[in-house]
Design a protein around this ligand. Sequence first.
Ligand SMILES: Cc1ncc(COP(=O)(O)O)c(C=O)c1O
Length: 410
Amino acid sequence: MLDINKIRNDFPILSRKINGKPLIYFDNAATTQKPISVINSLTDFYTTYNSNVHRGVHTLSMQSTDLFEEARNRVAKFINSQRSESIIWTRNTTEGINLVANAWGKKNITPGDEIVVTAMEHHSNLVPWQILAETNKAKLVIIPINDDGTLNLNNIDTIINSKTKIVSVVHMSNSLGTINPIHELCEKAHKVGAKFLLDGAQSAPHMPINVKDYDCDFLVFSGHKMLGPTGIGVLYVKPDILENMEPFLTGGEMVLEVSYEKASWNELPMKFEAGTPNIADAIALGEAIIYLEKIGMEQIREHEIELTNYALNKFEKLNNLTLFGPLDSSIRGGIFSFHSEYIHPHDLGTFLDNEGIAIRTGHHCTMPLIRSLNIPATSRASFYIYNTKDEIDYFIQSLQNAIKYFTHDK
Ligand SMILES: Cc1ncc(COP(=O)(O)O)c(C=O)c1O
């Protein structure tokens, strides 16, 4: 059991009032709040050792280089990567996928090849593959979903076939909460000689991640969804693949020798980190990981299962409302997307904001998925380590009030 009160005290923003009510922050799938240790890490960088990394021999530069590389090592351990050279700093999940699509995809995808994604991908894991498929004359193939929001794997052996070169799948859907069977999909990809990319934007913050166990070739996630700052993300690549990948961005930092005519590339991982990196935010992400590991990723997942079961139970009793995604917490994260034909999600978002509750409304960057549900948008509540059952109670009560208010003359 997590000591939620102790955890909440570490997050200054949670004592804020919104419209005179205590803030209930249920927009964690969009971005999470930051503990004081992460905020202090940023202040500490800029007040005591701000300097560029790798190139300096002075004290400040050596200190920032040490802490920057220590954060990389911490990320490697967090996802059980054998080598820290496999960890490339990016801005976010989106940049990580674009890096793979450009640096690996442009060279390895040839006309007639197939790229497989699922029907529940975030635009970040769809648009880069659409563009790659178009430029390299490949085909984009979509794994469909069932009515309960799980993947429909009935024809998976036809979908993932000898033409498939990469399978790129979201671990936990940001719109449905579904946790996908990635062991099975990764195994199927490897059986036909394809690579496997895991979009861990929603899973890395909420459960233990183990790249060795999954055997994925690429993993991407964002620091800001796991208590870290915005502007810093992670791309993990299996060492043998990384050795053979060409750089994505070029310029300073990523070169070894440069003449007026040509250049050679720096060692890994610098080869993929052109220009001055986001030093302060990388170090602060390391601090966020220290915080998460102190609580324990298994415990974090357990807390989320508990909140998910609690919320599922409450949602079951609500009328005039459709909840999307699987009803089984073993294959679902704490993400609740729902729709009522009587309330436009934006109206509901405003109604709940009046009660101090922050939820997200819209298509959640999964426009094709939301369109396939035949609705304009959903309302989405998403939980994290500092959320409580009491907050869920207040949210459900407010939701009931909203339904009553908007359906009074129906
Ligand atoms: C599943 C999933 N993939 C990718 C992204 C993109 O993350 P970012 O905006 O941090 O690049 C998100 C963000 O919501 C997401 O939920």
